[in-house]
Write a protein that binds this ligand. Sequence first.
Ligand SMILES: CC(C)(COP(=O)(O)OP(=O)(O)OC[C@H]1O[C@@H](n2cnc3c(N)ncnc32)[C@H](O)[C@@H]1OP(=O)(O)O)[C@@H](O)C(=O)NCCC(=O)NCCS
Length: 346
Amino acid sequence: MTVGVEVESFDPEHATDDDLRGYYQVMLARQETDRPDIPRLTYEDVLGRLKNPFVGFGPVAYWVARLNGELVGLAIVYFMEEESSHIGLTEVIVHPRVRRRSIGATMLQAILPELRARGRTFVETWQITEGSDGERFANALGFHTAHTVLSQALVISETDSALWQQSVPPGYRVQQWTDAAPDDLVASFAKAFTAMQDAPTGDLGFGEPVWNARRVRAHEAELRQNNVELRVVVAVHEDTGDIAGLTQLELHPHRPYWAFQRDTAVLPAHRGHGLGRCIKAYMIRWLLADRPDLDRINTTTGAANAHMIRVNHQLGYRTARTMIAVNRDLAELEADLGARCSASTQ
Ligand SMILES: CC(C)(COP(=O)(O)OP(=O)(O)OC[C@H]1O[C@@H](n2cnc3c(N)ncnc32)[C@H](O)[C@@H]1OP(=O)(O)O)[C@@H](O)C(=O)NCCC(=O)NCCS
């Protein structure tokens, strides 16, 4: 263990300006080192994310590590709910200047009791840049690589808008809404979400939610409470009136010039007609009509999901980076970290 490292919980609401600046410096250095494709993070971006944590992943908690008093590391844990309530979705970040001094391992060890206290049995991390320090750290601590994901971005100013002119396949119509599904479509919308079960997710512990109208309404309400704008485009099958395909996008309050493309799914009976490409293209056209100053749309897609990756490329998305998701049983991790700690103090 590194002498002089202290780990403590961090409450962004009551943090000092110095600590918020320190938090920003760690985030910025991580972005420049591990995610250089992302435009430089501003202080406002990072504070904005602290005020507006991701919605739908459960309550979040933060910790910081100080080395001789200076904030040099942080940990963010989302306590996932429902099908995934065994998971602590965990991210540990150490400033590149002080890596390889056991700060990451010390932080992880310090936060595990809280994960256990909140009923977690599994530690999972989703977005580690392939080939980075993060991957080597995860391997060294016995994490299992559960899934590989591509981070893709559509940079509006660099893309030919002709790519988004996609016609609607015969037999379908396209419908759009913001924030809440129309009452007459909400049940069909929840049912269409079952197609997300077919998206490859490797060995993730994360359990794809089983959607129904009540859960759709609860999710919509949570997004509204957090000032996230939800946009949905669906393809409706004319003969039955059922939703055949859907795509969702979020606009977060602190970063109005970025959009987050979320789930896209087409039910098996309707695949192969270009519906996925059609509704995603429609989403882009609709968004840009209202938000002409939008800089980019970000998305992540399973590396094994050849169809979705091809659709994204056809629409002008470019793959920015490959990321891995890792996980490990909490009790095993605790035992290994404990052994590591006692070995280093002998
Ligand atoms: C991952 C990260 C938090 C590790 O922080 P750290 O303080 O450097 O990690 P530690 O010093 O505690 O490393 C613990 C062990 O992991 C292994 N390890 C860590 N980084 C490594 C690297 N770059 N190369 C090889 N092994 C590495 C080593 O075995 C190390 O023990 P050792 O130094 O005694 O040999 C840091 O690299 C980081 O912030 N990366 C970006 C964020 C990220 O990817 N997080 C994913 C983890 S949730």
